[in-house]
Design a protein around this ligand. Structure first.
Ligand SMILES: C[S@@+](CC[C@H](N)C(=O)[O-])C[C@H]1O[C@@H](n2cnc3c(N)ncnc32)[C@H](O)[C@@H]1O
Length: 240
């Protein structure tokens, strides 16, 4: 397959062109200005991706805290993985990569999400940083992760019945001491708020951000609280 390389701005525009927008001003009424739309694959309803502001936030967290080894649970069609990889690419002396996992269970789109994710990787200059795997969060660790090697996790798979906490537990042995865990959909319609509170018992501080779907970021090293808050501010300004 031929590989095309385009600038970041062109790539973002090209990705958006191939998707359908939903929730034009954000899913939640209390979302900050500049929120929305979130995205779905053209002609589908699910899965739904983060919006651009949330994507930029992921990108900024990664680059401002110098993350290297990222795991994402819930690829969807690769939109959030794109922003994480852009953050890795912008990190000074970056040698990192993101491994993203999906069971393909949501929305009945089969392999289309996985294939779209691969096509995003092919169109950008840092596509080699993105690795997409078909599989469940339950099997990730034992397959190939090294103990205490993962410094950022984005949990955006099944949001119900404590599964986000189970996702965290499956990765816990592989997290560095200063790991950052980012949670999408910190919203009462899901179990995510309870799951985040449970993780705080492991010594994490919880930070909540009023993005389209509301995100929580849990940090164990207090050094990262301010850079994460700054990352949100930068993302809001970039989207304003
Ligand atoms: C909200 S979507 C992810 C959107 C993506 N993070 C983005 O913003 O571009 C959730 C995805 O998680 C997947 N999923 C659900 N449970 C999972 C699990 N236990 N392990 C891995 N993926 C899972 C679903 O198939 C779905 O594609």
């Amino acid at each position: 397959m031929q590989t095309r390389r385009t600038s970041e701005i062109e790539t973002i525009a090209e990705i958006h062109q191939q998707l359908d927008p939903i929730w034009p001003t954000g899913r939640r009424q209390d979302a900050v200005a500049g929120s929305g739309p979130n995205w779905v694959l053209r002609g589908t309803n699910r899965p739904v991706s983060v919006d651009e502001l949330e994507g930029r936030f992921l990108c900024e967290i990664v680059s401002q805290t110098n993350r290297k080894n990222v795991v994402e649970i819930g690829t969807g069609f690769g939109y959030s993985a794109f922003w994480i990889a852009l953050g890795l690419f912008r990190t000074p002396k970056s040698a990192g990569e993101v491994h993203s996992f999906d069971t393909l269970q949501e929305g009945g789109i089969g392999r289309k999400g996985h294939e779209f994710a691969q096509s995003i990787a092919e169109m950008c200059s840092f596509g080699q940083l993105m690795n997409f795997h078909i599989g469940s969060s339950r099997e990730i660790g034992k397959n190939f992760l090294r103990p205490r090697s993962i410094d950022l996790v984005f949990i955006d798979g099944d949001h119900n019945d404590g599964q986000p906490y189970q996702d965290y537990l499956s990765l816990k042995p592989f997290l560095t001491d200063d790991a950052i865990v980012v949670w999408h959909d910190h919203d009462d319609r899901y179990s995510v708020p309870d799951d985040v509170n449970r993780v705080c018992r492991d010594g994490y501080e919880k930070l909540i951000f009023r993005s389209s779907c509301q995100m929580a970021v849990t940090v164990r090293d207090p050094r990262w609280s301010q850079p994460v808050k700054d990352a949100f501010q930068t993302s809001c300004e970039a989207k304003a």
